[in-house]
Design a protein around this ligand. Structure first.
Ligand SMILES: [Zn+2]
Length: 401
């Protein structure tokens, strides 16, 4: 573990380790659509591509199919994977498209990343100009909503026989619909999104030391109308308040826990896309700041400067620094394989130290740190992350506000 190895690591990372310089591309396999619908699909996916970085295409299967007049607008089955190499958290379900983005390799060859069913019995508006008639459902809005579920805005919460649970969903719960990939045995494990769900006392719902899984206590939380999302980026995007999650008195599978609260984010709100209901005429062609924050929280790379290292023996597995160029704040996010002292230094082009943060990090795992950089002038800076046996250097650019 000498200097040589460290240099090699940085060199390798520079050559092949960058995951996110590339905006994600979608690969669509659509059934039951026509040219007009297909162009609405392309338009929708182009909106999301801007926010997602992955070298592996996101494979989406779209089924435009009758689901009876009274059925839902759409249903999405995300393909899931857990404990993959570089997974941000162990024992947690991640959407395969996110796992692929983090990992830089395709972990689910020959399987789609998500199957989206859209109800062809309804009256749709397929235009892309946000101008549906009052009786028409805006197809782009609904498709964006469904794809965001497939990207990871998804809870595995369920209530059955008076017990609330995470990770107990089975294929039977969604029959007669079924995905094209095998429905995994969820093994009582939560999704990456579930990890951030808390009650009004900020008790983490997936903490089995507090809430047994399954339990009546979890059911009370799922139906208590007091569930919040406490991931740092999602909260930051909600003016530092925890976004409220849909958890009405009657648990409704596919609606409760897996959406933003309908009343907190009514139609027309910038964050209304991921509420459970979408009325005819309702239009939202942007995921909104909260959803984008949540996607970051669960691990979506969002900046050009994201690297995952292959050799975990150096004590660090991944480092993201973003945004770059930056304005008033830099975030560093890194995954340590063991506890150790870590120092982060921002140097100016003359090698003078501008900012230092250092601490003994007492537990391995994912860590996120922010720097306020309002007092730095615009120009080039060097950011160094130093551990007991590694040092990683990044070039950053500060632009005018
Ligand atoms: Zn939904």
């Amino acid at each position: 573990m000498g200097l040589k190895k460290l240099i090699l690591l940085i060199f390798l990372a520079g050559l092949g380790g960058s995951l996110s310089a590339q905006q994600a591309q979608f690969q669509v396999d659509a059934t039951g659509t026509d040219a007009t619908i297909d162009s609405a699909i392309s338009y929708s996916l182009d909106i999301l591509s801007q926010y997602l970085f992955s070298t592996i295409p996101i494979k989406v299967k779209i089924n435009y199919t009758p689901m009876t007049q009274l059925g839902p607008l759409g249903i999405t089955f995300p393909n899931g994977i857990k404990d993959f190499p570089n997974a941000p958290e162990p024992g947690t379900w991640y959407p395969t498209c996110l796992a692929n983005a983090i990992n830089g390799t395709e972990l689910n060859p020959n399987q789609s990343d998500m199957d989206v069913f859209l109800n062809s019995d309804l009256t749709w508006y397929f235009g892309t100009d946000s101008n549906p008639a009052p009786n028409e459902h805006d197809f782009v809005t609904v498709l964006l909503h469904e794809i965001c579920h497939g990207l990871g805005f998804l809870s595995l919460a369920k209530v059955e026989q008076g017990l609330g649970s995470f990770g107990e969903l089975t294929a039977v719960d969604f029959a007669p619909l079924s995905p094209s990939f095998p429905f995994p045995d969820q093994m009582g494990l939560p999704s990456a999104f579930d990890l951030f769900l808390v009650n009004d006392s900020i008790k983490v719902l997936t903490d089995t030391g507090i809430f047994q899984n399954p339990s009546t206590a979890l059911m009370s939380e799922f139906t208590g109308n007091q569930v919040y999302y406490n991931g740092p980026f999602g909260v930051a995007a909600n003016q530092s308040d925890m976004p409220k999650v849909e958890a009405p008195q009657v648990f409704l599978l596919g609606s409760s826990m897996t959406h933003l609260d309908e009343n907190a984010y009514p139609a027309g709100d910038i964050d209304a896309l991921m509420t459970p209901s979408s009325a005819p005429g309702e239009v939202n062609h942007s995921p909104g700041p909260i959803v984008l924050g949540m996607l970051k929280d669960i691990g979506w790379p969002d900046a050009e400067d994201t690297t995952t290292f292959v050799g975990a023996e150096w004590g660090i597995e991944s480092l993201s620094v973003y945004p770059n160029p930056f304005q008033s704040r830099i975030t560093t996010r890194f995954h340590l394989t063991r506890a150790q002292p870590v120092k982060i230094t921002v140097l100016n082009p003359f090698g003078q130290v501008e900012e230092v943060w250092s601490d003994e990090i007492r537990h391995p795992g994912l860590h996120t740190l922010y720097f306020n950089t309002g007092d730095l002038g615009k120009g080039c800076y060097i950011l160094q992350v130093t551990g007991s046996d590694f040092q990683i250097t990044r070039k950053l650019i500060k632009v005018a506000d």
